[in-house]
Design a protein around this ligand. Sequence first.
Ligand SMILES: [Zn+2]
Length: 318
Amino acid sequence: MIDLIQSHFPTGTVASPTSKTRGFISVPGTSVEMPFTFIYGALPGKSILLTAGVHGGEYPCIETAIQLANEINPAEIQGTILIIHPVNPAAFLARMQYYGPFDGKNLNRVFPGKATGTVSERIAYQVHQFQQAADFYLDLHGGDIHEGLVPFVIYSTLGGPELSEQSRIASALLGFPYVVGSVSDNSSIGAAAKVGIPGFLAELGQCGRWNQDEVNQYKTAVVNVLRSFSVLQGEVKQHEVEFLKKMLVSTATVEGCWYPDVKLEDLVKQGQKLGEIRDYFGVVKAEYFADSDGIILYLVTSLAIMINDPLCAIGVTA
Ligand SMILES: [Zn+2]
């Protein structure tokens, strides 16, 4: 990890123990410059990669990464932590949901990326190089500008049962109420798992807002995980969380206005109506029903809906 990040250090700066280096990672062939903080601990230990702002409109996680980058003292850690905050500055500044402004792609659907691809693919490729050099990968997300959610954590089930179990246990240490496995192979954590790197994708905060209480909760959660790897010292707190069987996402089959019939954390029954999309005259164009019993983990809050947009997700209880 040190060799890989050192090539992005400001000229004349050399990595050495008990140091913190700030700079920008240039993504080759693009104008993208990802702000990073590299914390080099006093003692040897694990290499941690922490990213936030893969999606530009998820503010609590981005602010959490910025504050952690400032607050973690290299003298108090073992190993190294590379924090990228945010991964997608152009999407952040443009206040974009899901997508990047350069190519209209969802960065979290193009991993592990391509060295010679579109801008989003090149960003993913760059992040993937750091993933491969890490012992553990934390990807911080949240509800997007138009999404409400209950805090939950997704880990990848790719990469074999041992890796998956490592990721699942670490996910629970965040203390968010729900944890669920995913088989997606083009997400940040899916790409990491496929090359043998454990990790998780955390979700906290919603609807284009952020506040310090959420950031404090996020920071405490991340610190607990870092303690479990002995990167930070301190007691590791165990949490009671609910492990869900899977997550089912309903997506829009038509564009129009979205009227949900459910609320966050509602327990729904299979066949129960989730909501409907109407046209501009109030005529129902499509209705959506639960494919399984479960709990509503996230819900799109905007009236506007495009075809193929997610509408809501059901966490299927075991
Ligand atoms: Zn996200």
